[in-house]
Design a protein around this ligand. Structure first.
Ligand code: FEO
Ligand code: CA
Ligand code: CA
Ligand code: CA
Length: 635
């Protein structure tokens, strides 16, 4: 079964399979069975003046919600279950770029049934589009920077049985399709397109040279035979969500990096390394796994290079305006399965970066720069020195960012940077339901995180043995639907160590589960229901856009939810309205806007249907450009 399924599995399912959690669980609390949808939302703290509105509308339920449409310029799109993209009336979409489309004129042509050959596989747009950001670098030049999270081996190696890697050339092809694509985009008569051969176009992949900086740089655990300094590595891995800085750089976030490593013989590991591999899910068994890089590229063989996995799992900064610049892995921001990175400036100019660790029962983090951001000043080391914190949520709706210091954790600064999960466990951080994207509201001092789902909540501890009983922001056992937590820092200051929190929404199925916690909060109804919130971005008007990566079978627990989708959320009233649906099997992930705010770019990852080219063609992840038919602003 393992071999049959692995090539088609999502990275998350794959990760769960290769690093199963312990079965034993001794949780001592459960969600109160009596929690009602109203009762739950009643219990949630309500913030500021908008809170009264939110509380009222929640209590009145769907009738009141349906009347509040002022902030949305569209009518709700019904669910869809087909193989293409849908948007509401008055909007239209077009393909901007598909996996395998050329970034350079010397790129090989895409074959509709076999894809792209190895030669030139680093000259095309990567596979499985994910986080992205658009940068206007002046002179009318717009650069779209996009993550390519992973590869489907059966699609890319159609000549091999079950897509199994069989040569170094196969490995290179897979490595080239992942990482980051930088590409100039422009809008002409036929809509948006990539500027082929732009001097800014660039592929960053699994072999691109990187600098390692911050507290772990040069540490023994980061040294390898090829890099005895521990400050230079090759490649960035499993690039999931994105972030940006106020100074115009792109942040790519290394998520399930563990899946690229394996062993050709039983590795001999020191204690710290062995413990880290367990906590981070690096497979130490001799087994040709999903990618089997290690079978043909010794860098990924932990029996030969046990420190190589310590060089992945970071936030990586890329300057898109400088095509020759070397990306920097910032160890200061911690090592875990990074989803995305959302910055907020503190009143004094320090930079706060909020981050989630997407694994069942792992944590949420904040990092605060030591130095202040001064527009026009030197920003080259702003992300190099600062303090990492992990979130502790209290059931009384308060919370704190607990500093991961040597005194608090018993670890030194480099160990905290490399084994951040263990540091957060040491201070009793709150185990979360798979933190995915964080987003910061530009119109209020508050931030949000999608807690996508957690089938293990109340069932198993995390890989560090931390209890995962139901807790305040994660109130449901065997949580298949997910929720979005919101926090407001005390003193309206993102540098503050304390905050108040509530749940913006608990996804659920009110038709199947009625007035229970699994029916969702009161801003979820038969018309707008969804599961597994994942991607999230605010537009400039303060509307929150929510993207889903969930079960799209549209039956059982998920009946009535249709394909994965993108919804708009009003932070003040709590209203949520469906805006876009993806093709069968696809996740909707990645969202950014053109600088004139008349186009939104939306990512479609891992479609099952032959999207977008129709019957007989390979399914291709793609970015679509969505506009209003009348050309008005879209955010
Ligand atoms: Fe790559 Fe957690 O999504
Ligand atoms: Ca995600
Ligand atoms: Ca996800
Ligand atoms: Ca994904």
């Amino acid at each position: 079964m393992k071999d049959i399924d692995q090539a088609a599995m999502s990275p998350d399912d794959w990760d769960e399979m290769i690093s199963p959690r312990p079965d034993v669980q001794d949780f001592d609390r459960v969600v109160e069975a009596a929690i009602s949808r109203r009762g739950f939302m009643n219990g949630v703290i309500a913030f500021g003046s908008g809170a009264a509105v939110m509380g009222t509308s929640m209590l009145k339920g769907t009738t009141a919600m349906a009347g509040q449409s002022d902030r949305f310029a569209f009518e709700q799109l019904p669910i869809q279950t087909d193989g293409t993209v849908h948007v509401p009336e008055g909007y239209e979409w077009k393909i901007l770029v598909r996996w395998g489309d050329p970034l350079f004129s010397d790129a090989p042509a895409f074959d509709a049934t076999t894809g792209i050959p190895t030669e030139g596989s680093d000259r095309v747009f990567g596979e499985n589009t994910d986080g992205m950001e658009l940068f206007n670098i002046g002179g009318g030049t717009e650069l779209l920077v996009v993550n390519s999270e992973y590869v489907n081996t059966t699609t890319n190696l159609p000549q091999n049985e079950e897509g199994k890697v069989a040569s170094a050339e196969d490995v290179l092809r897979l490595q080239n399709f992942q990482g980051v694509s930088v590409m100039e985009v422009t809008e002409g008569e036929n809509g948006w397109e990539v500027v082929i051969d732009s001097p800014y176009n660039r592929r960053i992949h699994h072999n691109t040279p990187m600098t390692i900086d911050g507290p772990a740089a040069g540490h023994d655990l980061l040294k390898t035979e090829a890099d005895p300094t521990g400050t230079a590595s090759l490649g960035t891995f499993n690039n999931c969500g994105s972030g940006r800085t106020p100074w115009g750089t792109y942040l790519t976030c290394e998520e399930n990096f563990n899946g690229y490593f394996g062993a050709t013989e039983v590795p001999e590991l020191d204690e710290a390394t062995a413990a880290g591999f367990i906590r981070y899910g690096v497979n130490t068994e001799v087994d040709p796994n999903r990618y089997n890089y290690h079978g043909f590229d010794a860098r990924f063989d932990i029996s030969k290079n046990p420190n190589e996995p310590h060089r992945a799992g970071y936030i990586v900064e890329i300057d898109p305006a400088k095509p020759d610049s070397t990306p920097v892995k910032h160890t200061a921001l911690g090592r875990f399965k990074h989803e995305n990175a959302a910055y907020a400036l503190a009143p004094d100019g320090r930079v706060a970066v909020y981050m989630g660790d997407d694994e069942r029962g792992e944590f949420m983090y904040k990092w605060l720069s030591r130095d202040k951001y001064v527009p026009g000043g030197d920003t080259s080391t702003l992300l190099s020195e600062g303090q990492l914190y992990a979130a502790r949520f209290n059931d009384d709706m308060s919370g704190e960012w607990v500093a991961l210091t040597p005194a608090a954790t018993g670890m030194d600064a480099a160990q905290i940077a490399i084994f951040s999960r263990m540091a957060a466990s040491a201070v009793g951080a709150t185990t979360m339901d798979r933190p995915e994207w964080v987003a910061v509201n530009p119109t209020a001092v508050e931030a949000y995180c999608c807690l996508t789902n957690n089938k293990n909540r109340g069932v198993k501890p995390n890989a560090g043995g931390d209890d995962t009983s139901a807790n305040g922001p994660n109130p449901r056992e065997e949580n298949n639907f997910g929720q979005i937590v919101r926090w407001r820092p005390d003193g309206d200051n993102h540098a503050s160590n304390t905050f108040e929190w509530d749940l913006y929404v608990m996804a659920g199925n009110p038709v199947v589960h009625g007035d229970t916690a699994y029916g969702g909060s009161a801003n979820v109804n038969e018309g707008n229901m969804f599961n597994s919130p994942d991607g999230m971005q605010f537009d400039t008007t303060g509307i929150m856009w929510i993207q889903t990566d969930g079960d799209d079978e549209n039956e059982g627990e998920f009946a009535g939810m249709g394909n994965n989708q993108m919804l708009a959320g009003d932070p003040v009233t709590g209203e949520i309205r469906r805006f876009l649906t993806g093709p069968n099997g696809a996740e909707v992930t990645g969202l950014t806007w053109s600088s004139d705010r008349r186009t939104m770019f939306v990512g479609i990852q891992h479609p099952d249907a032959p999207f977008p080219d129709g019957e007989g063609s390979l399914p291709r992840s793609a970015i679509v450009a969505v506009k209003r038919s009348d050309g008005a602003l879209v955010g």
